[in-house]
Write a protein that binds this ligand. Structure first.
Ligand SMILES: [Zn+2]
Length: 485
């Protein structure tokens, strides 16, 4: 029988099972949650990344609140940014909050609810983008609407930006900054990034405010073999050698690479963690012994409360994300290729990881190179600049307000500056010298965290309400004109 890849998974059977499991609809009195439900009902999957209808919806909300706003159209008619500006007296420069409107695709048949239905289940709002980042967008929008309602006199403008093309595409914040910088220029900005951890007992223990992001890079593995008829297989085919190389990479890992910031982060975590893990986290915070670091890192990555996150924060990560080979079922192909995505800790450059990957594979017939469209000199310049870029200062009024407001809403939490394990569209501001702080403004546990970009993405209504309170309090502190109140 011939292999037919398209029929190998019967997705409709799965879908029917899941729909049958759907619970009766729940409702909410939370204004942030209700706003998020509405936002989730716009399918802004990127690609194609159509955000114009969501922008028009936001426009109606801010118009009704009397807050000046506009839709900024891009050369692609479906992709639009939305910007609202609550005016201050101009004695201080603006504060900006950015939350992206686009979302990654959802594999619908793997969900137990409609990912674009804005469904509530067991006290959680479910849907693609619930936590990344329509939840944050709803929190930022509600906090700004509350600020307008409060009539607190403001020393600076408060800007709310719902941006397009964060997950992919060419008309994101880079395009917006280049073409409309005056609309988004600010003294400092708030974006997605740090995590607020809630422990198993439901107590919020940690608030992480990210002050920089890991650096994105990629490696390409290429193997050249002899093409021939598949009836006469050979031991050294291109696919065979690539498969062996990828198998080695999948069971190998980089050693911990810690920076002063990530050391302080693990040290702080050790103080809010109980049991033997606390000692391992403290080792990551202090030890200079490579063996001790490796062993503690392994245990934390396997048994920690947030295993994948902590694994990623302590090292340069490598993940095979694409494999390309084969032209026809009965041809042994001449070439096979794979793509390895790497996320670098500041201070590292991709060439360090390239050498480690080559050594781990141990097969000189496999060509490992940097996946790039730039010249080597341009790459060197780009990565040198990226890896040496300074973190946003923790001494600004915005950082201090975030820290104080977090302590007010979650008195048992420690507030720590952190590295973001992924990337964001904050570069548009950072490159122009504007400090950017990252936060997913709601407490969550590891289960909720790992649904991000996965199935049944969700955020709890309680977390949304607490986050709204925290951001409202932050805005009141950082933008409120204290002399007048
Ligand atoms: Zn995001």
């Amino acid at each position: 029988m011939k292999w037919k890849p398209d029929s190998s998974f019967d997705t409709h059977v799965l879908a029917a099972g899941n729909i049958a499991a759907m619970a009766a609809a729940e409702t909410t009195s939370s204004k942030t949650a209700a706003l998020l439900q509405d936002l989730l009902r716009f399918d802004t999957t990127n690609p194609p990344g159509r955000t114009i209808e969501q922008a028009e919806y936001l426009k109606r909300i801010f118009d009704a609140a009397g807050i000046p706003n506009e839709i900024v159209r891009t050369p692609d008619e479906g992709r639009a940014h939305f910007i609202a500006r609550l005016k201050g007296d101009g004695s201080k420069r603006p504060v900006l909050m950015a939350g992206h409107s686009d979302v990654v695709p959802a594999e619908r048949y793997m969900w137990t609810v409609d990912p674009f239905g804005g469904v509530i289940k067991d006290g959680f709002i479910m849907g693609r983008g619930a936590m990344d980042f329509k939840g944050g967008q709803a929190v930022f929008a509600r906090a700004m609407l509350m600020l307008a309602e409060s009539k607190i006199p403001l020393a600076r403008d408060v800007i709310f930006l719902a941006e397009a093309d964060e997950e992919a595409g060419e008309y994101g914040t880079g395009w917006l900054a280049k073409n409309h910088w005056d609309k988004i220029d600010a003294e400092f900005a708030l974006n997605e990034g740090g995590w607020i951890f809630r422990d198993k007992a439901g107590v919020t223990r940690q608030v992480n405010i990210t002050t920089r992001d890991k650096i994105y890079a990629g490696l390409k593995l290429q193997v050249l073999g002899r093409p021939t008829h598949s009836s006469r297989p050979m031991p050294d085919s291109a696919i065979g050698r690539l498969t062996l190389a990828l198998a080695k990479i999948s069971v190998w890992d980089t050693d911990p690479t810690l920076t002063p910031q990530t050391r302080a982060y693990f040290e702080a975590l050790s103080k809010t963690t109980e049991g033997p893990l606390a000692a391992d986290l403290a080792t990551l915070g202090k030890s200079e012994d490579p063996t001790a670091l490796r062993e503690a890192g392994k245990r934390v990555s396997e048994q920690g409360d947030y295993p994948l996150l902590w694994h990623a924060l302590m090292r340069n990560t490598v993940a095979t994300t694409a494999v390309k080979a084969g032209v026809k079922e009965n041809v042994i192909p001449a070439t096979a290729e794979a793509y390895i995505n790497i996320r670098l800790v500041p201070g590292s450059v991709p060439w360090d990881v390239l050498k480690q990957v080559e050594a781990a594979i141990g097969d000189p017939s496999i060509n490992v190179s940097l996946a790039t469209t730039m010249s080597e000199a341009e790459d060197r310049e780009y990565y040198d600049k990226a890896t040496n870029a300074a973190a946003s200062s923790t001494e600004t009024d915005l950082y201090k307000a975030l820290a104080e407001s977090s302590k007010k809403v979650w008195p048992e939490a420690q507030v720590v500056s952190a590295l973001f394990e992924a990337g964001t569209d904050a570069l548009a501001w950072r490159q122009r010298g504007v400090p950017v702080y990252g936060i997913y403004p709601y407490p969550l546990d590891n289960d909720t965290l790992e649904r991000m970009h996965g199935n049944d993405e969700r955020i709890s209504i309680k977390s949304l309400d607490e986050g709204t309170e925290m951001i409202f309090d932050t805005l009141s502190k950082v933008a409120g004109n204290n002399q007048l109140t």
